[in-house]
Ligand binder design. Structure first.
Ligand SMILES: *[C@@H]1O[C@H](CO)[C@@H](O)[C@H](O)[C@H]1NC(C)=O
Ligand SMILES: *[C@@H]1O[C@H](CO)[C@@H](O)[C@H](O)[C@H]1NC(C)=O
Ligand SMILES: *[C@@H]1O[C@H](CO)[C@@H](O)[C@H](O)[C@H]1NC(C)=O
Ligand SMILES: *[C@@H]1O[C@H](CO)[C@@H](O)[C@H](O)[C@H]1NC(C)=O
Length: 219
């Protein structure tokens, strides 16, 4: 029973590993980057007919909110070339390796700046080669990238840290003050008790004197 399950599981895994390697899933790119960090701009375009030979090349375009139009920033066809000054030395290929038929055209952006916010377009130019003819199958993926400043997150964490220290110091001071206050109160109460005792003693003695005189008067 259990051994059957294990064998079934192993067979499933082997089939899946083979299938998954050949398979291609179009996953959308992340869209939230943090300034100063690296960021992977995802672009996956699956070949619909896996049995057909194909070659592909990729271009990446960018349009900032201030730009009128898209401009080409990167192209890949067996080697990657950065086409734009803003991205010079900051783009690495993160897509399919050692293949002419690129299905993953992702790129990696180093040291993201706030100026990198905007719309990215990934164009996949694919040429399918059938026996008697060739067929163009192009695809475009669009990524709306939003770059968040790094300082904002750091500032809030710094503030919460400071608040925590203020709270701890305040709590300690309050405890010390409370202890001193209590100690004084206890000490004062002790003295008070002593004084009260003395007063009581005097009162009793004078009362008994009065009583005595009273008794004497009554007689
Ligand atoms: C993408 O490229 C960066 C920089 O070259 C590298 O650190 C990272 O591991 C790559 N990621 C993938 C999934 O290839
Ligand atoms: C990213 O920035 C750091 C610090 O400013 C620098 O040392 C590094 O070379 C930069 N990396 C790239 C790929 O520009
Ligand atoms: C962003 O763009 C502005 C205006 O073009 C420029 O002055 C600034 O230096 C740029 N910042 C970075 C980090 O590239
Ligand atoms: C695909 O892109 C290439 C290069 O720009 C172009 O020549 C071709 O006509 C396009 N094919 C389709 C079907 O859009």
């Amino acid at each position: 029973m259990t051994s059957h399950r294990i064998v079934g599981f192993v067979v499933f895994c082997v089939l899946c590993a083979q299938g998954c390697q050949a398979g291609c899933v179009e996953v959308d790119s992340d869209t939230q980057a943090v300034a100063g960090n690296g960021f992977k701009l995802g672009c996956i375009s699956c070949k619909k007919r896996s049995e057909v030979e194909a070659t592909a090349s990729i271009t990446w375009l960018f349009q900032s909110p201030d730009d009128e139009d898209f401009r080409e920033i990167y192209s890949y066809e067996s080697v990657g070339v950065v086409q734009d000054e803003q991205f010079e030395g900051r783009i690495d290929w993160n897509g399919s390796k050692n293949t002419r038929d690129l299905q993953d055209g992702s790129i990696y952006l180093h040291n993201v700046t706030l100026n990198d916010s905007g719309i990215y377009k990934c164009n996949v130019y694919r040429l399918l080669t059938y026996q008697n003819y060739e067929f163009n199958s192009n695809a475009t993926k669009v990524v709306h990238l939003n770059v968040a400043p790094k300082a904002k997150r750091e500032l809030t964490s710094i503030i919460s840290e400071i608040m925590m220290y203020v709270f701890i110091v305040g709590l300690t001071i309050w405890l010390v003050v409370e202890m001193v206050y209590c100690y004084r109160k206890i000490a004062a109460a002790g003295e008070e008790a002593l004084r009260e005792n003395a007063a009581e003693y005097l009162a009793i003695t004078s009362e008994s004197k009065e009583n005595c005189t009273g008794v004497q008067v009554a007689e």
